[in-house]
Design a protein around this ligand. Structure first.
Ligand SMILES: [Zn+2]
Ligand SMILES: [Zn+2]
Length: 344
């Protein structure tokens, strides 16, 4: 079968590999219908994910049809349409039992698919712990509507869930890339009084205005003053930092009012400083990233009810045999791209 494979630093290549087979009684084989490209795939390509294993098939955001299941799998059966979770988790260890599935202690626990084991930018993928990692897509939800459930949408949902958002709050979201917009959609479900999105890219700002006209937007340069002027207590009650740029961590805590919650979803290339003397007395609560992707069933229900819709984020579609073009487009942010769907 065709796979898109991490060959070496800077090099991904389409190559033929044997179709995966069941290796454990809790595995499932999924025929991938749609996959997507994530910025984490680019991090692997550029060598900034040290645990990524050369030779693996990349891709960790996908939907498909269950082809085969191991003898211990009970939640799905062949023929089911499913979302695949970015995280592999056993469901039994201390962390899994508390919902902290990102820290599952199994050797494949956490982000394994498309990083340490073969992922889903391919015709088929083997999913360990299939009862945990697969969720059935409701009948009237399309593959495109469900494509982002297992990764960027799960991340946005988790970020909104842990941020203690109340209805009187002004919420600031820094970054309107795919994860930022998914975070926005999930924050909107909490009905805060005001949502401000900080983003430097004009195309993304236009996208926000076009699809979510009630959302306020601001550039990073104007952000501190704007948030002070447009909040009730001298800063945002909740800040979600989803940009991960050079100065956005500082911006996040600067825009927060005293006693705010600052949730850091972003993955940084470099260490950030926490200048405690500067923020002394602000009494902030920081929550830091690494999605616990264990709410996919609820997310699918919200999609089925029409309360979450990420389809507008899928701006481009390519067949698997043209995935290189899709990467070029995504990596260079060409043609207003937000997310690319790959038909496998
Ligand atoms: Zn991802
Ligand atoms: Zn576990």
């Amino acid at each position: 079968m065709q796979t898109y494979t991490y060959v070496s630093k800077g090099k991904f290549e389409l190559m033929e590999k044997p179709k995966p087979v069941l290796m454990d009684e809790r595995d499932a084989i999924v025929k991938v219908t749609l996959a997507s490209i994530c910025s984490s795939d680019l991090h692997i390509k550029h060598g900034s994910v040290p645990r990524a294993v050369p030779g693996i098939t990349v891709g960790h955001e996908m939907v498909g049809i269950v082809e085969d299941i191991g003898s211990a799998v009970t939640n799905v059966k062949p023929g089911n349409r499913v979302t695949v979770n970015v995280e592999t988790f056993c469901g039994e260890c201390f962390f899994c039992r508390h919902g902290y599935v990102n820290n599952c202690t199994d050797q494949n626990g956490g982000w394994a698919l498309g990083c340490r084991i073969d992922g889903g930018q391919a015709e088929y993928v083997r999913v360990p712990f299939a009862d945990q990692g697969l969720n059935k897509i409701p009948d009237h939800v399309t593959d495109r509507q469900a494509l982002l459930v297992g990764d960027v949408l799960a991340t946005g949902f988790w970020a909104a869930r842990i941020s203690e958002i109340k209805e009187e709050d002004t919420v600031l979201i820094i970054g309107a890339g795919p994860t930022g917009i998914c975070t926005l959609l999930c924050v909107m479900l909490k009905n805060p009084k005001r949502i401000i999105v900080c983003e430097k890219d004009e195309g993304r700002i236009r996208f926000i205005h076009e699809h979510y006209p009630e959302i306020l937007t601001v550039s990073p340069e104007a952000c501190v003053d704007y948030v002070r002027a447009n909040s009730d207590h001298g800063g945002a009650d909740v800040v979600l930092e989803v940009a991960g740029a050079e100065s956005t961590f500082r911006l996040a805590w600067e825009c927060a009012r005293p006693n705010a919650v600052v949730t850091v979803v972003a993955l940084y290339d470099k260490a950030q400083t926490l200048p405690l003397p500067d923020m002394y007395g602000k009494n902030l609560t920081f929550k830091t990233g690494g999605v616990d992707g264990c709410n996919c069933e609820e997310i699918l229900r919200l999609i089925a009810e029409g309360r979450l819709n990420t389809e507008p984020l899928i701006t481009h579609t390519y067949p698997l045999n043209r995935i290189e073009e899709a990467y070029t487009l995504f990596e260079n942010k060409m043609d207003g791209v937000i997310k690319v769907a790959i038909e496998c």
